[in-house]
Design a protein around this ligand. Sequence first.
Ligand code: AMP
Ligand code: MG
Length: 295
Amino acid sequence: MGKNKDKGKGNKAGAAGKPSSVRELLRVGPGFNLGEVDPRLIVAGPDDKETARAEALALEAEVTGLQERLFAESKAGGKRRLLVVLQGMDTSGKGGAIKAIDRICEPVGLRMTSFGAPTKEELRHHYLWRIDKALPRAGSIGIFDRSHYEDVLIVRVHNLVPPDVWGARYDEINAWEKKLADGGLVFLKCMLHISREEQQQRLLDRLADPTKHWKYNPGDVDERQLWDQYQEAYQVALTNCSTDYAPWYVIPADRKWHRDWLLSRLVAETLREMDPQYPAMTFDVPTEIARVKAS
Ligand code: AMP
Ligand code: MG
C-alpha cells in the first residue's frame, strides 16, 4: 500500500487521470474547505520521491529561460514581476519550499524576504509598509517567507489588535493586491498545509537532533495548542482573499518531495502563462554587425 496514491475528498485529480494544470487542482475556489484537504494527499504527478525530485529539477532549464525573458522584458520598460507568498503553520516547510524554488531559478533576479514579529519601527507604520518595501522589482521574482497574511493570522488568533481592526484587513488586502496586480505584479500565494500529527513529528525530530535545535522554538508548542483557531483563521483568509487577480493555492505538504514537486510546477506554470517576451530590437542587426567589424 504505502506508496499508492491516496484518494481523498476534494481531490480534483481523482480517478479521471492526469490534470493539465496544478494551479487548477490547488486553487482555492468557491465552497473551499481547508478541513477537507488531506495534507498527505498526492494530488498529481509521481507518487515516489525519486521521480518527483527528478521531475522538479528537470524544470530548471525552462524556468531560468523564462526568468531571463522576464528580466529582458523589464529592460524595455516592462513592469511585470512575480511574487511567491509562502504561508503555513510552524514546521510546514517554508524553508524547504524556498530551497525548492531556488533549485530551479537563477539566483540573480530572485529575492527572498522573511517576515517575523514586527520591529518597533515597523509597528509605528501601517502593517503593509514593510511588505511594500520588500516587493520584487520589475523583471524579478520575490519570495515571501510569511507575509502580510500574518496580520490576519497570528494577529487574529491572539487579538494583537481589536477584531474590528483585523476584520477590516481582508478587504484592505484585496484592494492592495488588486492595485499591485494591475501594475504588473503576479501573485502566487501558497499555503503549505500540514497535519497536526506531522507537525508533532517534525517538532520531535528537531528536538532529537542537536543540529536542528536552532530551528526549535518552545513558543511553537504554545501556537500548536491553538491549532484549531489557526485553521479557522487560515480558512477565512484563504476564502476571503482568493481572488481572480491573486488566487490562493493550498499545497498538501506532509510529504516534502510532493510539496516541492507541486511548488516547482506552480512556479513553472505561472511563468509559462506570463509568457514574458524579449523586447523588440531598437537597432538594425546587419548595420551593427558592420559597425562592430569596422571598429
Ligand atoms: P519564524 O518564521 O519561525 O521565524 O517565526 C516568525 C514568527 O513571527 C512567527 O511566529 C510569526 O507568526 C510571527 N509574525 C510574523 N508576522 C507577524 C506579525 N505581523 N505580527 C505578529 N507576529 C508576526
Ligand atoms: Mg518557527
